[in-house]
Design a protein around this ligand. Structure first.
Ligand code: ADP
Length: 605
């Protein structure tokens, strides 16, 4: 299946044809300086460029696309993937484009005035040229829709946040997701078992904390301006600086915009270039401004890496990608030095000799005893977009009738090891069954314990049996605030570096070092169910619930597959209360985007 990927910017358009079966790049083109008198077309990175006869997006695309498609030697394209920078909160997955989707992208233009209007132009022109092909929008923001509220909320007045959709959206999502998947492959591990800090360092740059497959923090915000030092963008600054310079220089909003987006970053710091290669060369030659630019760039990134390790309670790998991350041993070395405190030990020789390519897209540069693995990974946003487009095209709008999903509301509970049961209830004590749970073999025990946080205590917390290998207390956000601790949202069993808790039983007490989580809402199912829903263990899906006249969607629902499970979605009491759901509710119409898998289909009651 050949997929055409179009990345339509305001001054340039990139397009590639990718064969999705073998992920080979069949042909590519770049049209530059679209609005100038002489837009330039380059096909397959040829030394010869072609002048487009007319300027403007429409004329250039109409001229260039047939030339690009001629490289297919007669075979067809099956679908077109369009990169769209801002999907707001509306799009948390790729979507087939129709009139309504176009209108929504247009409405979101106020959040990305530099990008979305150009992306939309490309969509409209391509849909007019190829009206019979499926067109799919892939959003830079959608991977970050799993950010927890605490990470995406700015401390600004609520009415303004609500009115203007002010929150952290994050960008470079396709790239962060793609390199994290490749890193997991390189580590021969499952992405769902890894905490990865992904550093995309190109002209635009961002860091992302990917905890067990989900983006949980990222440095770009409402717009791609926040965070790292970039080619021409400032990244983080004290917002008071804008007020100060704006007032003192009597600058308009547009002038401030120009300063932050086009005159700052490496360019502003160095007063020389926005290109990291020039900065490094000049710094070596003694240019003090370029030295400063390099220092500030690396320092900012080091701060983020430390912060994101703190957010995830540690890291298993740090990934460097984008033009700078893939190619600059100098930047990688400056960033990863003096990080022994968090288990990072780079190997200087490996870093200096490192090279990656389409054929060998990743390379390690950590010392053998480094607890955190260090990798450079070649990103390929076009391949990522082509793969997502192909999945949507394959699935089409298939509507299947498959089972509804019963929803169970999970009250606070605790799983204990036999050893801890004996400490709390006496030597040799065995839990006794009060009632069977819907998941086969599981039971609510007659026994309860008291849990003690720094602020409050909760009595009669039910123990669920049988005993497990790890202690795990699952509580709701409301419970967290009540007892005064801050627990991460985690899948069951992922208790590493979660907070501890004091537990009191009738015969003793114990303070667990870790084990308190806020359970990630999830669906239990068998492999047979998973085959019917076309999902895999670890996929993240959406479930629509018909709830009287108040329909709602649960996003970010984790799929858990085991032969021991019975089909059931588990939410906690807070979620059930907020949704006004009672026991016996059922999930309907499930749209899914997995980490490894993406399906779109309907489910009926
Ligand atoms: P974009 O965000 O436009 O896709 P890229 O990912 O291509 O950008 O990255 C461009 C950046 O990568 C530029 O700053 C360029 O200087 C930098 N870069 C490319 N090769 C090297 C290198 N060998 N050493 C340092 N920086 C490099």
């Amino acid at each position: 299946m050949n997929i055409l990927v179009i990345n339509c910017g305001s001054s340039s358009i990139k397009a590639e044809i990718i064969n999705n079966l073998n992920a080979n790049r069949v042909a590519e083109m770049l049209i530059d300086r679209i609005s100038s008198d002489k837009p330039i077309l380059n096909i397959n990175k040829s030394k010869e460029t072609i002048e487009c006869p007319e300027n403007g997006h429409e004329a250039c695309l109409k001229f260039a696309l047939p030339l690009l498609l001629s490289k297919l030697n007669g075979s067809n394209i099956s679908g077109i993937g369009h990169r769209v920078v801002h999907g707001g909160s509306k799009f948390n997955q790729p979507v087939l484009i129709d009139k309504e989707v176009e209108e929504t992208i247009e409405r979101l233009s106020n959040l990305a005035p530099l990008h979305n209007p150009a992306n939309l132009k490309g969509i409209k022109i391509a849909r007019a040229i190829f009206p019979d092909l499926p067109h799919v929008a892939i959003f830079d923001t959608s991977f970050h829709q799993t950010l927890p509220t605490r990470a995406y909320t700015y401390a600004l007045p609520k009415n303004l946040r609500d009115k203007y959709g002010i929150r952290r959206y994050g960008f470079h999502g396709s790239s962060h997701q793609y390199v994290a998947n490749l890193a997991a492959k390189a580590l021969n591990a499952d992405l769902k078992d890894l905490r990865i800090i992904s550093c995309h360092l190109g002209n635009g740059a961002s860091v992302c904390a990917i905890e067990y497959g989900r983006s949980v923090e990222t440095s770009m915000g409402l717009t791609p301006l926040e965070g790292l030092v970039m080619g021409t963008r400032a990244g983080d600054i004290d917002p008071g600086i804008l007020l100060h310079i704006g007032r003192s220089e009597e600058l308009s909003i547009d002038e401030l915009d120009e300063m932050l987006n086009r005159e700052s970053g490496l360019k502003g710091l160095s007063n020389h270039s926005n290109d990291m290669r020039d900065i490094i060369d000049e710094a070596a030659a003694g240019n003090e401004d370029c030295r400063l630019a390099l220092l500030v760039f690396a320092h900012r990134l080091r701060k983020y890496i430390g912060a994101y390790a703190a957010v995830m309670g540690g890291a298993d790998a740090i990934v460097f990608t984008g033009g700078i991350g893939e190619n600059s041993n100098v930047v990688r070395q400056r960033v990863t030095q003096r990080m022994e405190y968090m288990g990072v030990l780079p190997d200087e020789d490996l870093n200096n000799d490192l090279s990656i390519s389409d054929e060998h897209p990743f390379a390690f540069f950590n010392a053998p005893n480094s607890r955190v693995k260090l990798l450079a990974v070649k990103t390929d946003e076009e391949r990522a977009i082509a793969a997502k487009t192909a999945r949507i095209v394959n699935e089409g709008n298939k509507v299947n009738s498959i089972p509804s999903i019963p929803i169970a509301i999970s009250a606070r509970h605790i799983h204990l090891t036999q050893e801890v049961v004996e400490q709390l209830f006496g030597q040799g004590y065995q839990l006794t069954e009060k009632s069977a749970l819907s998941q086969p073999g599981q039971f609510a025990a007659n026994e309860t314990v008291t849990i003690c946080g720094p602020k409050n205590t909760i009595e009669r917390v039910r123990i669920l049996g049988p005993c497990r290998e790890l202690n795990q207390l699952e509580i709701s956000r409301t419970d967290e605030f009540f007892i005064g601790i801050d627990a991460p949202v985690r899948a069951s069993g992922k208790v590493e570096s979660s907070p501890g808790i004091k537990i009191i039983g009738p015969k003793g007490e114990i303070t667990l070092k870790e084990g308190v989580i806020c359970a990630w809402r999830h669906i239990h199912m068998t492999a047979e169910d998973a085959a019917i829903f076309e999902v895999e263990d670890g996929d993240i899906v959406e479930v629509d619930v018909k709830n009287g006249d108040r329909p709602l969607t649960f996003g970010n629902v984790l799929i858990r597959v085991s032969p021991k499970f019975k089909l059931e979605m588990h939410i906690d009491t807070d979620e059930a209360n907020a949704a006004e759901l009672s026991q016996n509710a059922e999930g309907a119409l499930i749209k899914t985007e997995g980490i490894a898998n993406l399906v779109k289909k309907n489910v009926r009651h």
